[in-house]
Design a protein around this ligand. Structure first.
Ligand SMILES: [Fe+2]
Length: 342
Protein backbone atom coordinates (compact mmCIF):
# COMPACT_ATOMS: atom_id res chain seq x y z
CA UNK A 1 0.00 0.00 0.00
CA UNK A 2 1.20 3.54 -0.72
CA UNK A 3 2.16 5.68 2.24
CA UNK A 4 -1.01 7.32 3.55
CA UNK A 5 -1.36 10.98 2.65
CA UNK A 6 -1.42 12.27 6.23
CA UNK A 7 1.37 11.58 8.76
CA UNK A 8 1.00 10.73 12.45
CA UNK A 9 4.10 11.69 14.44
CA UNK A 10 4.28 12.82 18.06
CA UNK A 11 1.48 14.18 20.21
CA UNK A 12 -1.75 15.01 18.42
CA UNK A 13 -3.04 18.51 19.01
CA UNK A 14 -6.61 19.82 19.03
CA UNK A 15 -7.08 23.25 17.46
CA UNK A 16 -9.75 25.44 19.01
CA UNK A 17 -11.12 28.82 17.91
CA UNK A 18 -11.37 31.14 20.94
CA UNK A 19 -12.58 34.69 21.53
CA UNK A 20 -9.82 35.64 23.99
CA UNK A 21 -6.60 33.64 23.75
CA UNK A 22 -5.20 34.92 27.05
CA UNK A 23 -8.31 34.05 29.07
CA UNK A 24 -8.55 30.64 27.37
CA UNK A 25 -4.85 29.92 27.94
CA UNK A 26 -5.38 30.45 31.65
CA UNK A 27 -8.40 28.16 31.69
CA UNK A 28 -6.58 25.45 29.72
CA UNK A 29 -3.54 25.87 31.98
CA UNK A 30 -5.69 25.38 35.05
CA UNK A 31 -7.82 22.55 33.71
CA UNK A 32 -5.20 20.46 31.87
CA UNK A 33 -2.10 21.53 33.79
CA UNK A 34 -0.50 23.12 30.71
CA UNK A 35 2.06 25.70 31.84
CA UNK A 36 4.23 25.88 28.70
CA UNK A 37 2.82 28.02 25.84
CA UNK A 38 4.11 29.63 22.66
CA UNK A 39 2.17 32.63 21.39
CA UNK A 40 2.52 33.99 17.88
CA UNK A 41 0.75 36.76 16.00
CA UNK A 42 -0.10 36.17 12.38
CA UNK A 43 -0.22 39.70 10.99
CA UNK A 44 1.81 42.54 9.47
CA UNK A 45 4.62 42.23 6.95
CA UNK A 46 5.70 38.83 8.26
CA UNK A 47 2.46 37.21 7.10
CA UNK A 48 2.73 36.55 3.36
CA UNK A 49 1.17 34.44 0.59
CA UNK A 50 -2.10 34.24 2.53
CA UNK A 51 -5.09 32.68 0.79
CA UNK A 52 -8.46 31.61 2.13
CA UNK A 53 -10.85 29.63 -0.09
CA UNK A 54 -8.45 30.42 -2.94
CA UNK A 55 -8.77 34.21 -2.56
CA UNK A 56 -6.07 36.54 -1.30
CA UNK A 57 -6.44 36.74 2.48
CA UNK A 58 -6.51 39.95 4.47
CA UNK A 59 -6.73 38.71 8.02
CA UNK A 60 -4.81 38.41 11.25
CA UNK A 61 -5.00 36.12 14.25
CA UNK A 62 -3.17 35.06 17.39
CA UNK A 63 -2.12 31.45 17.89
CA UNK A 64 -1.28 30.03 21.34
CA UNK A 65 0.13 26.50 21.36
CA UNK A 66 0.48 24.67 24.65
CA UNK A 67 1.45 21.18 25.72
CA UNK A 68 2.18 19.35 28.95
CA UNK A 69 3.94 16.54 27.08
CA UNK A 70 0.78 14.43 27.16
CA UNK A 71 -1.96 16.60 25.62
CA UNK A 72 -1.54 19.56 23.27
CA UNK A 73 -3.86 22.33 22.16
CA UNK A 74 -3.68 25.27 19.79
CA UNK A 75 -5.96 28.17 20.73
CA UNK A 76 -6.61 30.62 17.89
CA UNK A 77 -8.14 34.04 18.36
CA UNK A 78 -9.23 35.86 15.19
CA UNK A 79 -7.93 39.44 15.22
CA UNK A 80 -9.49 41.03 12.15
CA UNK A 81 -10.34 40.27 8.53
CA UNK A 82 -11.72 37.11 6.96
CA UNK A 83 -9.86 33.99 8.03
CA UNK A 84 -11.30 30.52 8.43
CA UNK A 85 -11.12 31.18 12.18
CA UNK A 86 -13.24 34.33 11.94
CA UNK A 87 -15.74 32.40 9.83
CA UNK A 88 -15.81 29.55 12.36
CA UNK A 89 -16.41 31.96 15.24
CA UNK A 90 -19.22 33.63 13.31
CA UNK A 91 -20.90 30.42 12.14
CA UNK A 92 -20.29 27.96 14.99
CA UNK A 93 -18.96 30.02 17.89
CA UNK A 94 -15.92 29.00 19.92
CA UNK A 95 -14.89 25.38 19.55
CA UNK A 96 -12.60 22.73 18.15
CA UNK A 97 -12.21 22.85 14.40
CA UNK A 98 -9.02 21.03 13.50
CA UNK A 99 -6.40 18.42 14.28
CA UNK A 100 -2.63 18.45 13.88
CA UNK A 101 -0.92 15.05 13.97
CA UNK A 102 2.70 15.97 13.13
CA UNK A 103 5.18 18.87 13.20
CA UNK A 104 6.33 19.21 9.59
CA UNK A 105 9.10 20.92 7.64
CA UNK A 106 7.94 23.43 4.97
CA UNK A 107 8.91 21.17 2.02
CA UNK A 108 6.96 18.26 3.49
CA UNK A 109 3.91 20.50 3.93
CA UNK A 110 4.07 21.56 0.28
CA UNK A 111 4.43 17.95 -0.80
CA UNK A 112 1.42 16.82 1.27
CA UNK A 113 -0.71 19.76 0.07
CA UNK A 114 0.15 18.93 -3.55
CA UNK A 115 -0.74 15.25 -3.07
CA UNK A 116 -3.94 16.31 -1.29
CA UNK A 117 -4.92 18.50 -4.25
CA UNK A 118 -4.39 15.53 -6.59
CA UNK A 119 -6.71 13.53 -4.32
CA UNK A 120 -9.38 16.24 -4.58
CA UNK A 121 -8.79 17.81 -1.15
CA UNK A 122 -8.75 21.59 -1.34
CA UNK A 123 -6.54 23.91 0.65
CA UNK A 124 -8.94 25.87 2.85
CA UNK A 125 -6.36 28.40 3.97
CA UNK A 126 -2.60 28.84 3.64
CA UNK A 127 0.13 31.34 4.44
CA UNK A 128 3.80 31.81 5.26
CA UNK A 129 5.12 33.47 8.40
CA UNK A 130 8.77 34.04 9.27
CA UNK A 131 9.97 31.43 6.78
CA UNK A 132 7.51 28.81 7.98
CA UNK A 133 4.68 27.25 6.00
CA UNK A 134 1.09 26.80 7.18
CA UNK A 135 -1.66 24.91 5.35
CA UNK A 136 -5.17 24.11 6.54
CA UNK A 137 -6.63 21.30 4.39
CA UNK A 138 -10.37 21.21 3.91
CA UNK A 139 -11.04 17.68 5.13
CA UNK A 140 -14.22 18.74 6.94
CA UNK A 141 -16.62 16.72 4.78
CA UNK A 142 -14.37 13.63 4.73
CA UNK A 143 -12.91 13.59 8.28
CA UNK A 144 -15.19 15.96 10.19
CA UNK A 145 -12.25 18.26 11.02
CA UNK A 146 -9.78 20.56 9.29
CA UNK A 147 -6.31 19.01 8.87
CA UNK A 148 -3.53 21.36 9.99
CA UNK A 149 -0.07 21.16 8.39
CA UNK A 150 2.51 23.24 10.24
CA UNK A 151 5.82 22.98 12.06
CA UNK A 152 6.74 22.95 15.73
CA UNK A 153 5.36 25.67 18.02
CA UNK A 154 7.09 29.03 17.71
CA UNK A 155 6.78 32.60 18.89
CA UNK A 156 6.95 34.12 22.32
CA UNK A 157 7.28 31.70 25.21
CA UNK A 158 4.64 32.25 27.89
CA UNK A 159 4.82 30.45 31.22
CA UNK A 160 1.44 29.92 32.84
CA UNK A 161 2.73 27.84 35.73
CA UNK A 162 1.00 30.20 38.13
CA UNK A 163 -2.37 29.75 36.39
CA UNK A 164 -1.87 25.99 36.38
CA UNK A 165 -1.86 26.34 40.17
CA UNK A 166 -2.08 23.24 42.25
CA UNK A 167 -2.63 21.01 39.23
CA UNK A 168 -5.59 19.82 37.19
CA UNK A 169 -8.82 18.76 38.91
CA UNK A 170 -8.61 15.36 37.16
CA UNK A 171 -5.66 13.27 35.97
CA UNK A 172 -4.73 14.19 32.35
CA UNK A 173 -3.19 11.26 30.48
CA UNK A 174 -3.43 11.80 26.71
CA UNK A 175 -5.89 12.57 23.95
CA UNK A 176 -7.31 9.03 23.92
CA UNK A 177 -9.52 10.19 21.07
CA UNK A 178 -11.35 13.13 19.60
CA UNK A 179 -15.11 12.49 19.42
CA UNK A 180 -16.64 13.55 16.11
CA UNK A 181 -20.37 13.63 15.40
CA UNK A 182 -20.98 12.30 11.87
CA UNK A 183 -23.96 12.05 9.55
CA UNK A 184 -22.49 8.79 8.16
CA UNK A 185 -19.92 7.21 10.48
CA UNK A 186 -18.94 4.48 8.05
CA UNK A 187 -18.24 6.88 5.18
CA UNK A 188 -16.11 8.94 7.61
CA UNK A 189 -14.31 5.77 8.77
CA UNK A 190 -13.45 4.97 5.15
CA UNK A 191 -11.98 8.47 4.75
CA UNK A 192 -9.75 7.96 7.84
CA UNK A 193 -8.66 4.62 6.38
CA UNK A 194 -7.88 6.23 3.02
CA UNK A 195 -6.21 9.46 4.17
CA UNK A 196 -4.55 8.39 7.44
CA UNK A 197 -4.14 4.66 6.80
CA UNK A 198 -6.14 4.19 10.01
CA UNK A 199 -6.64 0.44 10.07
CA UNK A 200 -7.51 -0.49 13.66
CA UNK A 201 -11.18 -0.10 14.61
CA UNK A 202 -13.68 -1.21 17.22
CA UNK A 203 -17.42 -0.78 16.94
CA UNK A 204 -19.84 0.20 19.69
CA UNK A 205 -23.58 -0.02 19.25
CA UNK A 206 -24.88 1.94 22.17
CA UNK A 207 -28.53 1.64 23.22
CA UNK A 208 -30.16 2.17 26.58
CA UNK A 209 -31.23 -1.11 28.21
CA UNK A 210 -29.50 -3.10 25.45
CA UNK A 211 -25.78 -2.34 25.74
CA UNK A 212 -25.95 0.49 28.26
CA UNK A 213 -27.80 1.25 31.50
CA UNK A 214 -28.27 4.23 33.81
CA UNK A 215 -28.35 6.72 30.92
CA UNK A 216 -28.84 10.34 31.92
CA UNK A 217 -29.06 13.51 29.84
CA UNK A 218 -28.93 16.87 31.63
CA UNK A 219 -29.66 15.07 34.89
CA UNK A 220 -32.79 13.23 33.69
CA UNK A 221 -33.13 9.52 32.81
CA UNK A 222 -33.23 9.06 29.04
CA UNK A 223 -33.43 6.27 26.47
CA UNK A 224 -31.18 6.83 23.50
CA UNK A 225 -29.13 5.00 20.91
CA UNK A 226 -26.10 5.83 18.81
CA UNK A 227 -23.41 3.87 16.97
CA UNK A 228 -19.66 4.48 17.05
CA UNK A 229 -16.50 3.52 15.27
CA UNK A 230 -13.42 4.07 17.45
CA UNK A 231 -10.26 4.08 15.35
CA UNK A 232 -6.55 4.44 15.90
CA UNK A 233 -3.29 4.94 14.11
CA UNK A 234 -0.42 5.18 16.59
CA UNK A 235 -1.01 8.15 18.90
CA UNK A 236 -4.04 9.41 16.97
CA UNK A 237 -7.45 8.14 18.02
CA UNK A 238 -10.90 9.15 16.81
CA UNK A 239 -14.44 8.23 17.76
CA UNK A 240 -16.98 8.61 14.97
CA UNK A 241 -20.50 8.92 16.38
CA UNK A 242 -23.79 8.58 14.50
CA UNK A 243 -27.09 9.17 16.28
CA UNK A 244 -29.92 6.67 16.07
CA UNK A 245 -32.63 8.05 18.35
CA UNK A 246 -33.39 9.92 21.55
CA UNK A 247 -32.00 12.92 23.37
CA UNK A 248 -28.22 12.97 23.55
CA UNK A 249 -25.41 15.51 23.52
CA UNK A 250 -24.66 14.53 19.90
CA UNK A 251 -28.24 15.24 18.80
CA UNK A 252 -28.05 18.55 20.66
CA UNK A 253 -24.96 19.41 18.62
CA UNK A 254 -26.57 18.36 15.33
CA UNK A 255 -29.60 20.53 16.18
CA UNK A 256 -27.51 23.60 17.05
CA UNK A 257 -24.15 23.86 15.27
CA UNK A 258 -24.19 20.71 13.11
CA UNK A 259 -21.80 17.79 12.74
CA UNK A 260 -18.09 18.02 13.52
CA UNK A 261 -15.75 17.71 16.52
CA UNK A 262 -17.66 17.19 19.76
CA UNK A 263 -15.41 16.21 22.66
CA UNK A 264 -11.93 15.48 23.91
CA UNK A 265 -11.23 12.48 26.13
CA UNK A 266 -8.09 12.93 28.24
CA UNK A 267 -9.00 11.11 31.46
CA UNK A 268 -9.61 7.58 32.72
CA UNK A 269 -9.73 7.73 36.51
CA UNK A 270 -11.18 6.03 39.55
CA UNK A 271 -14.71 6.88 40.73
CA UNK A 272 -13.07 8.37 43.84
CA UNK A 273 -10.87 10.71 41.76
CA UNK A 274 -13.90 11.77 39.73
CA UNK A 275 -15.92 12.37 42.92
CA UNK A 276 -13.09 14.50 44.31
CA UNK A 277 -13.31 16.80 41.24
CA UNK A 278 -17.03 17.54 41.70
CA UNK A 279 -16.47 20.57 43.91
CA UNK A 280 -14.20 22.07 41.21
CA UNK A 281 -16.85 21.37 38.56
CA UNK A 282 -19.59 22.93 40.70
CA UNK A 283 -17.53 26.04 41.43
CA UNK A 284 -16.76 26.44 37.71
CA UNK A 285 -20.25 25.90 36.26
CA UNK A 286 -19.31 22.56 34.71
CA UNK A 287 -22.31 20.21 35.08
CA UNK A 288 -22.39 16.58 33.98
CA UNK A 289 -24.69 16.59 30.93
CA UNK A 290 -24.66 12.94 29.89
CA UNK A 291 -23.66 9.68 31.51
CA UNK A 292 -24.13 5.94 31.28
CA UNK A 293 -22.85 2.58 32.49
CA UNK A 294 -21.55 -0.20 30.25
CA UNK A 295 -21.99 -3.74 31.54
CA UNK A 296 -21.14 -2.87 35.13
CA UNK A 297 -17.57 -2.33 33.86
CA UNK A 298 -17.30 1.43 33.36
CA UNK A 299 -19.22 4.63 33.86
CA UNK A 300 -18.73 7.35 31.31
CA UNK A 301 -19.50 11.05 31.71
CA UNK A 302 -19.59 14.17 29.61
CA UNK A 303 -18.71 17.24 31.64
CA UNK A 304 -19.99 20.47 30.12
CA UNK A 305 -16.77 22.46 30.11
CA UNK A 306 -17.93 24.51 27.10
CA UNK A 307 -18.24 27.84 28.90
CA UNK A 308 -14.69 27.72 30.35
CA UNK A 309 -12.88 25.70 27.68
CA UNK A 310 -13.98 27.53 24.53
CA UNK A 311 -16.79 25.22 23.47
CA UNK A 312 -15.04 21.93 24.33
CA UNK A 313 -16.94 19.11 26.00
CA UNK A 314 -14.94 16.70 28.16
CA UNK A 315 -15.32 12.91 28.30
CA UNK A 316 -14.26 11.04 31.43
CA UNK A 317 -14.34 7.25 31.95
CA UNK A 318 -14.31 5.71 35.41
CA UNK A 319 -13.64 1.93 35.49
CA UNK A 320 -15.69 0.00 38.04
CA UNK A 321 -13.67 -3.24 38.08
CA UNK A 322 -9.98 -4.18 37.99
CA UNK A 323 -10.33 -6.20 34.76
CA UNK A 324 -12.69 -3.85 32.88
CA UNK A 325 -10.38 -3.42 29.88
CA UNK A 326 -9.69 -7.06 29.03
CA UNK A 327 -13.34 -7.96 29.72
CA UNK A 328 -14.79 -5.18 27.58
CA UNK A 329 -12.11 -5.06 24.87
CA UNK A 330 -10.05 -8.25 24.66
CA UNK A 331 -6.83 -8.44 22.66
CA UNK A 332 -5.99 -5.70 20.17
CA UNK A 333 -9.33 -3.96 20.80
CA UNK A 334 -7.95 -2.54 24.05
CA UNK A 335 -5.07 -0.94 22.12
CA UNK A 336 -7.54 0.84 19.84
CA UNK A 337 -9.13 2.55 22.82
CA UNK A 338 -6.02 3.09 24.91
CA UNK A 339 -3.26 3.67 22.34
CA UNK A 340 0.47 3.44 22.94
CA UNK A 341 1.62 3.59 26.57
CA UNK A 342 1.21 6.94 28.28
FE1 LIG B 1 -15.56 9.61 23.21
Amino acid sequence: MDQPLLPVEGITSAAVVVRDHRASMEQFARFFGIADWRVRRFDGNELIDGHVHGDIMHASWISARGSNGRVAFELIQPAGGQSLFERHLHQRGEGMFGVQTAALAPERIDEIAARAAEAGIATLQECRLGGERFVWLDTRSQLGVVTILQGAPGGERVDLGAAAGEGPPLPVQKHYHFGIVCRDRTATKQAYERLYGMDKWIEFKIETDVTLTDTYYYGKPVKHAYDNWVGRRDGFGVELIEMRYGDAVYQEMLDTIGDGPHHVFPTICSPEEFAAAQSFFAANDMPIIQSGRIGGLIDYFYVDTRRKLAGLTLEVVTPLTENWLETMLPGEASYVLMGPDV
